[in-house]
Design a protein around this ligand. Structure first.
Ligand code: NAP
Ligand code: ZN
Ligand code: ZN
Length: 351
């Protein structure tokens, strides 16, 4: 393989901080786009993965799947992207492209297994994929997104995971006017869930364990904010929700939210805590409730979400950090102290 050196921050074990690590990208092939990464969002999945919370990670682990930058080189067969163009890469860099789900634009559910932006088997190098906490990336044009003209590049980054992961289930369960929708957990995903559900016309209720986030929740577009540890505040909502999106990263009692659904209501889990969440039978038998899950989103829908956000002027609330502040930022994410997405300025990446 021809060498195409890049710089990165990587975890070398589940328990050590991320450190500067030189890496190699592939030389762009005929259908590849090479991207100079300008910004990368910090998703809680980066932490779960690098710390082997979801099972053993492959090291060195370079996280990052909220990637925004500009095109530096394109392969001979690339028709959709030009050098200099602003582009994004989300959680996927490849899939089989032929199975029934890929054909339907649902590459995240590829029956052969899609290729994640980091920690997946890399068909090109034989190693594993390395994500966006790095200076550049080479991605097949089929998995590159167009950043809408004029959109703030740094703020656009979290749309590539937090945006699409909340947009996709809100669309699938047809959230819109006349519906009462709950969003659980005000972190990176949750704050996008609030903004998007509000823009789709629903009555939005935010559930948070952090009383100091109540005011922010209202500013972000929630009609009501409930501190979920307050049983008296939870009670009047019992049996009233059409749809609830659970964006919580850690262990919590899912039954207390299932009980809030009305007849035929659905609670969809996007948060991915490392341990199973026990569901009491009568939490779903009563009122014929559904307990569902949803994973990120396909490429077509991710582009639709970016265009929706541009049209509705929706952007994540970000706190910009230098690359060398990432370990500190991770600790703050784990402590529920992120307002509401960290974005790394990749120009600060150095040894
Ligand atoms: P985040 O920014 O850390 O937000 C998680 C929020 O969950 C926190 O802000 C907090 O909200 C709440 N929370 C945290 N610990 C809690 C606890 N012990 N009890 C109750 N609530 C708690 O994380 P994120 O980046 O939004 O990601 C959220 C989850 O979604 C992660 O598990 C991530 O891996 C997963 N994820 C899944 C997909 C998918 O495809 N399904 C995609 C991306 C991410 P409050 O302070 O408001 O309570
Ligand atoms: Zn993510
Ligand atoms: Zn497929």
């Amino acid at each position: 393989m021809t060498l195409n050196p890049a710089k990165a921050f990587a975890a070398h074990s589940a328990t050590t901080p991320l450190t500067f690590t030189p890496i190699q990208r592939r030389e762009p092939g005929p259908t590849d786009v090479e991207i100079d990464i300008q910004f990368c969002g910090v998703c809680h999945s980066d932490i779960h993965t690098a710390r082997s919370e979801w099972g053993p990670a492959k090291y060195p682990c370079v996280p990052g799947h909220e990637i925004v930058g500009h095109v530096t080189r394109v392969g001979a067969e690339v028709s959709q992207f030009k050098v200099g163009q602003h582009v994004g890469v989300g959680c996927l860099v490849d899939s089989c492209r032929t199975c029934i789900n890929c054909q339907a634009g649902l590459e995240q559910y590829c029956t052969g297994g899609s290729t994640g932006t980091y920690n997946s088997a890399d068909k090109h190098t034989g190693g594993h994929t390395l994500g966006g906490y790095s200076s550049s990336i080479v991605v097949d044009q089929g998995f590159v997104l167009r950043i809408p003209e004029g959109m703030d590049l740094a703020a656009a980054a979290p749309l590539l995971c937090a945006g699409i992961t909340t947009y996709s289930p809100l669309r699938h369960w047809k959230v819109g006017p006349g519906m009462k929708v709950g969003i659980v957990g005000l972190g990176g995903l949750g704050h996008m869930g609030v903004k998007l559900a509000h823009a789709m016309g629903a009555h939005v209720v935010l559930f948070t364990t952090s009383p100091k986030k109540v005011e922010d929740g209202l500013k972000l577009g929630a009609n009501e904010v409930v501190v979920s540890t307050d049983a008296a505040a939870m009670k009047p909502h019992s049996g009233t929700f059409d749809f609830i999106l659970d964006c919580v990263s850690a262990q919590h009692d899912i039954n207390s939210y299932l009980k809030l659904l009305k007849l035929n209501g659905t609670l969809t889990l996007v948060g991915a805590p490392e341990q199973p969440l026990p569901v009491a039978a009568f939490s779903i038998i009563s009122q014929r409730r559904s307990f569902a899950g949803s994973g990120i989103g396909g490429i077509r829908e991710t582009q639709e979400m970016l265009d929706f956000c541009a049209e509705h002027k929706i952007l994540p609330e970000i706190e910009m950090i230098r690359m060398d502040q990432v370990n500190e930022a991770w600790e703050r994410v784990v402590k529920q102290d992120v307002h509401y997405r960290f974005v790394i300025d990749m120009a600060t990446l150095s040894a």
